[in-house]
Design a protein around this ligand. Structure first.
Ligand code: ADP
Length: 259
């Protein structure tokens, strides 16, 4: 095959994986990685075999959220073996960088590097592979969604208009390449003040649900802003695993039922 041919859909990631889903956001900082990590844990708690892949070379965070600094083993034919943590298989571009080392690559190289990386992971049999995409709807995201046989995409937004505008772009990117939208999940939906138990809509109210209705896609739930969620991520144990009975964890578990 001449080198200029596009990679056929089925070769980028092995066919031993039943479903590959992307977690995407148009805008950075909306909690995409937090959602990807907890959704993957929620799928795992359903009894499924789950892999989670952090595809963001500029800000890989999955390794930190799962409290591991282990490097992936490399097979003799130079394939990467995912790191296992809490029963999930993890791979992150962060595993390949030294701590504190920035990823210094220009755009086209990042795209090639990411594709190369995705091709070379030895996932084995999986029910679900969750891809934590880099934020945005640029070249790199488009390349991934065009070359991986995705079963669907979950879009993360906050209720704020600036995030919704970008979530809309993400929805249309997936629609353009015929990837079904599994739903929109809203993060940082509200804050319950621990001192007076009052609910505060810090970033507005209901934007994610309204957007889902407008786009005619499922709405997967509202995740509150809470210190416990942030702390569990920082401590390397996603909240769905550390406190499965918590209301926030229940939102992730219910979302996993819907996808
Ligand atoms: P993104 O992947 O969109 O850049 P992250 O998932 O890395 O966003 O989240 C950014 C920061 O916000 C992290 O420090 C994370 O722990 C925190 N965070 C995300 N969602 C929440 C939430 N609902 N409540 C509290 N902190 C959150």
């Amino acid at each position: 095959r001449p080198e200029s041919h596009p990679t056929p859909k089925s070769t980028l990631i092995s066919s031993d994986i039943k479903h590959i889903i992307a977690v995407a956001s148009g805008k950075g900082g909306v909690g995409k990685s937090t959602v990807a990590a907890n959704l993957a844990c929620a799928l795992y708690k359903k009894g499924l075999v789950v892999g989670l892949c952090d595809c963001d070379i500029y800000g890989p965070s999955i390794s930190m959220m799962f409290g591991t600094t282990e490097s992936p083993q490399i097979t003799p034919d130079e394939r990467l073996i995912p790191v296992e943590q809490y029963g999930l298989k993890l791979m992150s571009m962060g595993f390949l960088l030294e701590a504190d080392q920035p990823a210094v690559l220009r755009g086209p190289l990042v795209t090639r590097y990411t594709q190369e990386f995705l091709k070379n992971v030895e996932w084995g049999n999986l029910d679900f592979l969750v891809l934590d995409l880099p934020p945005g709807t640029g070249d790199i995201q488009l390349t991934i969604v065009q070359t991986v046989r995705l079963s669907g995409a979950v879009i993360v937004t906050t209720p704020q208009e600036v995030a919704l505008v970008d979530a809309r772009k993400a929805v249309s990117m997936f629609k353009k390449v015929n990837v079904p939208i599994l739903g929109i999940i809203e993060n940082m939906s509200y804050f319950i003040c621990p001192t007076d138990n009052k609910k505060y809509d810090l970033f507005g109210c209901g934007g994610g649900k309204r957007e889902a209705e407008k786009q005619n896609v499922p709405f997967l739930g509202e995740i509150p802003i809470e210190a416990e969620l942030r702390i569990s991520s920082d401590h390397g144990l996603p909240i769905v695993l550390s406190e499965p009975d918590r209301k926030t964890s229940q939102v992730f578990l219910e979302a996993a039922q819907k996808i």
